[in-house]
Design a protein around this ligand. Structure first.
Ligand code: GLN
Length: 189
């Protein structure tokens, strides 16, 4: 199994560290050639969605990744990554991959006070640590979207087929359960 990690901006190194700890091979995706390679799953890290979206287009990565996602490539998308996947962004006119039928709100907790830590139930994994950094949350979900986690009524974790979208950063607190769940969901071709 090999996982592609989008490595143009943001917190990708922390995801790579967890994959290494779990003994999973990965490739860093930095250009169009990387994005066209074969890999079994994709991690879209947190960072700045506008910057990531711009770089994806400039580096000729947007189309190959969009095509793979629309064909069902398993993906773990965190924070800015969730924004890239969302079908709708309620407070931004930008659209990116749009393969996850949810509406997200960017910087939903405000820009200044938007960073916090909590622990909440996540699917059937029990409580997991959750670090939020100027995070989006999910305002509405489409048909077939499973809600995996809520914090203060707001939806912060969803799954739709083999796409997992998270508001928070699961890679920052030394807990590997969510990555393991993602890897378990991948069927290597
Ligand atoms: N605020 C960022 C955005 O809107 C996301 C923040 C993050 O990924 N931690 O793109």
């Amino acid at each position: 199994m090999k996982v592609g990690v989008l490595a143009v901006q943001g917190a990708f190194a922390e995801h790579e560290e967890i994959l290494s700890q779990l003994g999973v091979a990965y490739i860093e995706l930095r250009n169009g050639e990387d994005a066209r390679q074969d890999f079994d799953g994709l991690i879209l890290p947190g960072g700045e969605s506008t910057t990531q979206g711009k770089l994806l287009r400039e580096l000729d990565m947007f189309e190959p990744l969009r095509e793979k996602l629309s064909k069902g490539l398993p993906v773990l998308a965190t924070c800015a990554g969730l924004i890239l996947l969302a079908e709708q962004i309620s407070n931004d006119s930008a659209r990116y991959f749009g393969t996850l039928p949810v509406t997200v709100k960017r910087n939903a907790y405000g820009r200044q006070l938007g960073s916090f830590y909590t622990e909440e139930q996540f699917g059937d994994l029990g409580k997991v640590p959750m670090t939020f950094i100027r995070a989006p949350y999910v305002e509405a979900v489409g048909e077939g979207v499973e809600i995996l986690a809520r914090v203060d009524q707001n939806v912060v974790g969803v799954r739709f087929n083999n796409q997992i979208g998270l508001s928070f950063h699961p890679e920052l607190n030394g807990n590997r359960k969510i990555h393991q769940m993602f890897l378990d969901s991948i069927n290597p071709t």
